[in-house]
Design a protein around this ligand. Structure first.
Ligand SMILES: Cc1cc2nc3c(=O)[nH]c(=O)nc-3n(C[C@H](O)[C@H](O)[C@H](O)COP(=O)(O)O)c2cc1C
Length: 352
């Protein structure tokens, strides 16, 4: 392997290549995480869509499928977050990633347990804040990335964060091939992280009818909306999204309440915990309480596409990159292809 691909990230995470499979709610389940890790990448298990008591068994399941190190993603506003922190520390996974709400004490607990802290950020000030509370590395997610996302494109956010912090920085948002990996390394990143590209693999346990919507989508089918849950969310256009876009304020509120009740059933959370989660999102995202109530829409509707395989009745979070991808390789094929393309580009750039 080219020495350029042996970056500090590879040593920090214990993977073969500087490629991360990011956490995706209802998508980054044990099968995908293990397949990514077995292929030489580093996978994050999505625990933000699990009940606290499901996290330990999911970690055990990953360990049945791979002997490679992997990480867990969650957020501090989810019901049972404190229990998830305890479970992850007891399990001794290699790394954690989190988007919202971590504090210095929590980061200290993980680091004392030898667990790498690698949050994802969408703005330079968040990167600085995370470094100030002691994280080991940062993943930046540029605006073209999947799920909740910001406005600043990867090509601007990456150099901005690289100039602002001293820890290894991983680039996410729009990556899918070896050219992108070499470009990120040329900026000074320690590797790339990909969500949508790993969702669009044969190993990803998302049902075929939903994956077919991803392979069929063009760039024009992918939109950014705040109508779903009050935050900027990138989705594949479909019937459900059209409904949100045409609904009035009352319709949105009634829909949000209905989904909050469904979420309560789905997660076993108490109503008070869901209200607390909404309040946390409200504080963090600068939202009104009505908008924060809509937070329940995303998990309920994503579950319908990603677990139930009913993409016309749910929503599909995605990066823009789905608009130019139309294949479903295995993780092994994908990672091997990216590494081989990257090595080819590096040879050409270095004149031989
Ligand atoms: C279907 C889907 C679900 C996601 N769910 C989460 C999540 O639960 N937690 C999180 O931190 N990021 C989540 N993300 C964001 C990804 O982890 C990642 O940062 C993003 O997909 C990177 O951009 P890319 O899709 O262009 O590779 C999700 C993305 C997608 C596509």
């Amino acid at each position: 392997m080219s020495a350029a691909l042996h970056t500090p990230l590879v040593d920090l995470l214990g993977c073969r290549y500087p490629i991360v499979q990011t956490a995706m709610g209802w998508v980054a389940r044990p099968e995908l995480v293990a397949a990514s890790c077995n292929a030489g990448a580093f996978g994050f298990l999505a625990a933000a869509s699990l009940r606290a008591e499901e996290v330990g068994p999911a970690i055990d399941r990953v360990r049945e499928l791979t002997d490679q190190p992997f990480g867990v993603n969650f957020h501090m506003f989810q019901p049972g977050a404190a229990k998830i922190v305890d479970t992850v520390i007891a399990a001794g996974v290699r790394a954690v990633s989190f988007g919202r709400g971590p504090d210095k004490a929590m980061v200290r607990r993980f680091r004392d347990a030898g667990i790498v802290c690698m949050p994802t950020v969408g703005a330079v000030r968040h990167a600085q804040k995370m470094v100030s509370i002691g994280v080991d590395a940062i993943t930046i997610q540029g605006g073209e990335g999947g799920g909740h996302t910001g406005f600043v494109p990867t090509t601007l956010l990456l150099p901005q964060v690289l100039d602002a912090v001293k820890v290894p920085v991983v680039a996410a948002g729009g990556f899918f091939d070896g050219r992108g990996l070499v470009a990120a390394l040329a900026y000074g990143a320690a590797g790339v992280a990909m969500g949508t590209r790993f969702l669009m693999t044969r190993d990803c346990p998302v049902p075929e009818p939903t994956k077919t919507r991803y392979t069929a989508a063009g760039l024009d089918d992918i939109v950014l909306t705040t109508r779903l849950d009050g935050l900027q969310h990138r989705l594949i256009r479909n019937e459900v999204l059209a409904g949100f876009e045409h609904a009035g304020p009352l319709g949105l509120l009634v829909g949000a309440l209905r989904n909050a009740l469904r979420l309560k059933r789905l997660t076993g959370a108490k109503l008070g915990e869901l209200v607390e989660a909404a309040r946390g999102m409200q504080r963090e995202g600068g939202l009104s309480f009505g908008q924060a109530l809509m937070a329940a829409n995303s998990p309920v509707l994503i579950e319908r596409s990603m677990i139930q395989g009913r993409p016309s009745e749910g929503v599909m979070s995605t990066g823009q990159v789905a608009g130019i991808l139309d294949d479903l390789p295995s993780c092994e094929e994908l990672v091997a292809r990216i590494v081989s393309e990257a090595e080819g580009r590096l040879r050409e750039l270095c004149g031989g």
